[in-house]
Ligand binder design. Structure first.
Ligand SMILES: NC(=O)c1ccc[n+]([C@@H]2O[C@H](COP(=O)([O-])OP(=O)(O)OC[C@H]3O[C@@H](n4cnc5c(N)ncnc54)[C@H](OP(=O)(O)O)[C@@H]3O)[C@@H](O)[C@H]2O)c1
Length: 230
């Protein structure tokens, strides 16, 4: 049965893969992008599919814009995928940090998804099996050593903690919340040498999210549905 999905950051990369695959199989999709140009290109990409597809415009650092966009969404929302994220400033090592850039990255990557959850929660609460998937990264895991791009890693670690907190606070409402690791994917962010195509990751993520129930809440899982160490 068709479900209603929301995908943030759907103009390119993993978000584009998720949104176009879902539209192709006939789900209802609401997607977000940041510019009119991106909206027009995405609309063209999905035009051949019959699915209901709407596109909202906002930057996830802008709470007022997100709340205004969420008010446009009246139908129940089955799945919220907070996918959008950035890699952050050039200088982001522990010993040489662009602090303003790092703060901006935290705002986008850790707090942005939480703004989306708060704004879209009323629509999720109208669904039968509401699921929230926060796009994390293996680099945010405490079990992953290495310090390259430490602002990105720390922002994803913060997002993981937010995922855990949301899972705790929304359990009584029977909203499932998970953090996701999409694998290392060949996108602008992942680069050309990454392991997976966008389609391989997106197909796995959709299968994984399709299967989620409240019993999965609070898990950190990868695109194959396997547990990832926090
Ligand atoms: N690729 C990988 O190997 C990999 C691995 C682990 C985790 N991830 C995570 O997976 C997600 C998608 O990554 P990707 O590889 O598909 O990256 P991507 O190709 O660079 O796409 C990132 C998307 O996020 C949007 N975005 C960035 N900052 C935003 C903001 N402040 N507000 C709203 N949208 C914003 C971008 O919009 P614009 O085009 O307008 O900038 C774009 O749509 C990210 O959260 C990333 O951290 C990726």
């Amino acid at each position: 049965m068709a479900e209603h999905w929301f995908i943030s950051g759907a103009n390119k990369g993993i978000g584009h893969g998720l949104a176009t695959l879902l539209a192709a199989r006939g789900d209802d999709v609401t997607a977000s992008v940041r510019s009119e140009e991106a909206r027009a290109r995405l609309q063209e990409d999905v035009a051949r599919h019959r699915a209901r597809f709407s596109i909202l415009l906002f930057d996830q650092r802008d709470e007022a814009a997100i709340r205004a966009a969420a008010r446009e969404l009246i139908e129940p929302l089955d799945v919220l995928v907070c996918n959008a994220g950035a890699y952050g400033p050039q200088r982001q090592s522990t010993l040489d940090m662009d602090f303003a850039g790092a703060l901006d990255l935290f705002d986008a990557n850790a707090l942005g998804p939480l703004r989306l959850v708060q704004a879209f929660l009323p629509a999720l609460l109208r669904a039968d099996n509401p699921r929230i998937a926060l796009m994390s990264s293996g680099l945010g895991s405490m079990a992953t050593e290495g310090a390259t791009n430490i602002a990105y890693r720390a922002a994803k670690a913060a997002l993981n903690k937010i995922a855990q907190g949301l899972a705790h606070d929304l359990k009584r409402e029977r909203v499932t919340v998970v953090a996701l690791n999409p694998g290392w994917v060949r996108t602008d962010m992942g680069g050309k040498n990454a392991d997976l195509t966008i389609e391989e990751s997106a197909v796995g993520l959709i299968e994984t999210i399709d299967a989620l129930t409240i019993d999965d809440t609070g898990r950190f899982i990868d695109y194959r549905g396997r547990d990832v160490s926090w």
